[in-house]
Design a protein around this ligand. Structure first.
Ligand SMILES: Cc1cc2nc3c(=O)[nH]c(=O)nc-3n(C[C@H](O)[C@H](O)[C@H](O)COP(=O)(O)OP(=O)(O)OC[C@H]3O[C@@H](n4cnc5c(N)ncnc54)[C@H](O)[C@@H]3O)c2cc1C
Length: 266
């Protein structure tokens, strides 16, 4: 029996592990794929204080070493269900059943993809889901933002301070973002609003983004726009665990979409 089991070995899970070990809790971290989480896939990280430029994999190796230094036990196993048995949490995992007094779910979230041609192949090569992470790579270049909610508009404003031109593609006539954010976006001289437009395809050349094909849904006209970056902000899928997806709904972020219990999300 563990005091604490942490589900997920990304930055959040490893950080929780460090604190738990320092609190002298008997802790186990379970990770179903590879320790490090999504950030381990990033080539360069430039926004983590103390590390002006480091690869995601190298940063996560340091997180893991740090957690292990305090004695964190890490095992590769996926958690498929959690149930509460008189205050004790029983975890069904791909490697058998485990018990703990408490569980921290740090299973991360995934940006929702558009599913248009070119998106998957060019992710990390001009297609991004994080302006804070990747915006500085597009200084004085042309970028496109897809989405019409708070996140899309906020990130468009942020990108307008870096990029030469920011095209904002939104499928509706009106933006859903809060009015203040919209005003900021509209006041940015280098933001071009493409209302009632949808992104149809992202086109690459030499393995990087070169153009984006957009359709005016009122006229049906499709045209190519030359851009070096495409930022997609159309929602987030939270990776939920079936038994625990309900009790934490109150804390979900506004743009969050829930994985159905069958786990059919992206
Ligand atoms: C390509 C890319 C580049 C990025 N670049 C930056 C950047 O430069 N700067 C920045 O600040 N952020 C960046 N991000 C965002 C950053 O990766 C996330 O904010 C961060 O990884 C979130 O950490 P997390 O621990 O909450 O979740 P995750 O990193 O998603 O970790 C969750 C972990 O839980 C595991 N897991 C899920 N379900 C289960 C289960 N049932 N059982 C066991 N394990 C499970 C997953 O396998 C995963 O390892 C980038 C993301 C990507 C994809």
């Amino acid at each position: 029996m563990y005091d604490l089991i942490i589900v997920g070995g990304g930055p959040a899970g490893l950080t929780a592990g460090i604190y738990a070990q320092r609190a002298r809790l008997k802790t186990l971290l379970l990770e179903r794929e590879f320790v490090g989480g999504q950030i381990a896939l990033s080539d360069v990280i430039e926004n983590y204080p103390g590390f002006p430029s480091i690869s995601g994999a190298a940063l996560m190796e340091q997180f893991e070493a740090h957690a292990k230094k305090f004695g964190l036990e890490i095992r590769l196993a996926g958690v498929v269900d959690i149930s509460d048995e008189a205050g004790v949490k029983a975890l069904k995992t791909t490697e058998g059943e485990l018990k703990a007094r408490a569980v921290i779910i740090a299973t991360g979230a995934k940006p929702r993809r558009l599913g248009v041609p070119g998106e998957k192949e060019l992710t990390g090569k001009g297609v991004s889901y994080c302006a804070t992470c990747d915006g500085p790579f597009f200084r004085n270049q042309r970028v496109m933002v897809v989405g019409g909610g708070d996140t899309a508009v906020k990130e468009a404003v942020y990108l307008s301070r870096l990029a030469s031109t920011v095209y904002v593609v939104h499928r509706r006539d009106k933006f859903r973002a809060e009015k203040l954010l919209q005003e900021k976006m509209e006041a940015s001289a280098n933001v071009v609003l493409l209302r009632s437009h949808v992104l149809k395809e992202i086109k690459g050349e030499g393995g990087v983004v070169k153009k984006a094909a957009v359709e005016d849904i009122k006229t049906g006209a499709v045209r190519d726009i030359e851009v070096e970056g495409v930022f997609v902000f159309v929602g987030i899928w939270r990776r939920a665990l079936p038994a625990y997806s309900r009790p934490v709904t109150a804390a979900r972020p506004r743009s969050c979409r829930w994985l159905p219990p069958s786990g059919t999300g992206p």
